[in-house]
Design a protein around this ligand. Sequence first.
Ligand SMILES: Nc1ncnc2c1ncn2[C@@H]1O[C@H](COP(=O)(O)OP(=O)(O)OP(=O)(O)O)[C@@H](O)[C@H]1O
Ligand SMILES: [Mg+2]
Length: 261
Amino acid sequence: MTARIYTMVNQKGGVGKTTTAINLGAYLAKLGRKVLIVDLDPQANATSCLGVDKHSVKHGTYEAMLNITPALKSLLSNPTLGLTLLPSSPALAGAEIELVQEQSRDTRLKQALQPLAERFDYILIDCPPSLSLLTVNGLVAAKDGVIIPVQCEYLALEGVGQLMQTLQRIRQSLFPALKVRGVVMTMFESRAHLSTDVVGEIRKHFPNQVFNAIVPRSIRLAEAPSYGVPISAYAPNSTGAQAYMALAKELMTGDGVALPE
Ligand SMILES: Nc1ncnc2c1ncn2[C@@H]1O[C@H](COP(=O)(O)OP(=O)(O)OP(=O)(O)O)[C@@H](O)[C@H]1O
Ligand SMILES: [Mg+2]
């Protein structure tokens, strides 16, 4: 087994990167996959969403990227959820500055995750909302592509256009094989014409790149993090839960991975 590695990326804040990493991960785990969530954001939202106090994290993504502690020694596993986390902490913000002079600064995360590839089926990396050195590390580590959460809102297309240009720059400079695995439409409001229009527009511009599963705006998805659990453990029958289950199945099917009976 060699893990498929996907990175959740969008320089725009608050579009659902972390929500997608956590809940897609939770359903891949429910479908029998071994899943690692890598928190690559100094905000450490993925870490908090999984019930871990970011201020208590002594070893995590930062220490792995700086070669202080191997990632393997920093993993936190949640057997109930079947999820493993490489946690983040505010210290990760320092990596930006500390790595800037280093030769291999763009490949630190990729290298740090290499020893874990045989232990997991899926590694999902949650990026910060910026095009910083951390995000560049996330892109370079995205062996199997990026997953782009896009909020169903005005000017969504413009934001994705900018992101596509960034991906193109990374292809030219660092990682020619960087792929888009898919765009996930988030916070869809069925009663708002705008949501439907935005989905149509994004689909038109990125044919065959938008997942069929669309994540609705769901209060349950926003509430689950305050209980430190994914939606699968908080409101498994909610519309948001169903959407992330559908997304997990769609991803696995597209990857050629058999779904459980
Ligand atoms: N489908 C949804 N329905 C309702 N609320 C949502 C949904 N998806 C995300 N949210 C909420 O919107 C906020 C932003 O989501 P999230 O943290 O996943 O975005 P992000 O892209 O990771 O943000 P950042 O760029 O700051 O890392 C959070 O409060 C989250 O709970
Ligand atoms: Mg986030």
